[in-house]
Design a protein around this ligand. Structure first.
Ligand code: SF4
Length: 234
């Protein structure tokens, strides 16, 4: 991928280079940039007025060294509760693993007010709005990358990122300026991007665990490696 094509795919980079006003760090709750997703959001608001039904912000301290990037809010998970990975199966496995490896403290109770806090860790998504069938379109992933890039840019101590699934991996590569051909997605792989190590994992969705694509042990091994690398500074 050329430098120019990376710029075209990343509105934050384009804005930086053009000298235009900096893009917002977080999307407006009525962000209109992906018309299909904005429409889906409106339908969800009409159907479930008590749900969050807005772009889901990152969770955790910008001073953290670890960033975890998922695909997009789950319809009945983060889209319902407003906190990444909160309220559906993917969150059960993710937060249990983070608690085990010291990246979270408290008790995860699948609610944004459960008091759980992240430790040296932040969680975000490649796409901030819930997509139909959990499948964002390539244009939507490209458009929302400005917010992922902004998340990265506001993490001065960032040393490790875990991409949950291929979409998060590809979007992180573009945000970090790595070529896809140089860093193919593979569960358990690690790619170096300047000071940041990008670790790949299959997404911790119920579908992946039910079909045996990902086991809890496979998932634990990814975080065990991240923990060890951060602890040893390697
Ligand atoms: S997915 Fe991102 S860019 Fe698209 S409408 Fe939602 S917040 Fe805006």
């Amino acid at each position: 991928m050329t430098k120019n094509s990376r710029t075209e795919n990343d509105p934050a980079r384009k804005s930086q280079l053009s000298g235009a006003a900096p893009l917002p760090l977080e999307p407006d709750r009525n962000c209109p940039l992906c018309p299909r997703l904005a429409d889906f959001r409106e339908q969800a608001r009409a159907r479930e007025p008590g749900w969050f039904n807005s772009p889901v912000s990152s969770f955790g301290d910008p001073a953290a060294r670890l960033l975890i990037v998922g695909l997009a809010p789950g319809l009945q998970g983060a889209n319902r509760t407003g906190r990444p990975f909160t309220g559906d199966y993917a969150g059960d496995l993710l937060y249990a693993t983070l608690l085990e490896y010291g990246f979270a403290k408290g008790v995860y109770q699948a609610r944004p007010d459960d008091g759980l806090t992240l430790v040296d860790c932040r969680i975000s998504n490649a796409v901030r709005c819930v997509p139909p069938q959990n499948k964002p379109l390539p244009a939507e992933i490209n458009t929302c990358r400005q917010f992922l890039s902004a998340t990265i840019q506001t993490m001065p101590r960032l040393r490790a990122a875990v991409a949950l699934g291929r979409v998060a991996h590809e979007s992180m590569l573009k945000a970090l300026g790595l070529r896809s051909s140089a860093a193919p997605f593979a569960h358990g792989a690690m790619h170096q991007a300047a000071a940041v190590k990008l670790y790949d994992s299959y997404h911790c969705s119920r579908y992946n665990t039910n079909t045996g694509v990902l086991t809890a042990e496979m998932f634990r091994r990814v975080f065990a490696r991240v923990r060890a690398d951060l602890d040893t500074g390697s």
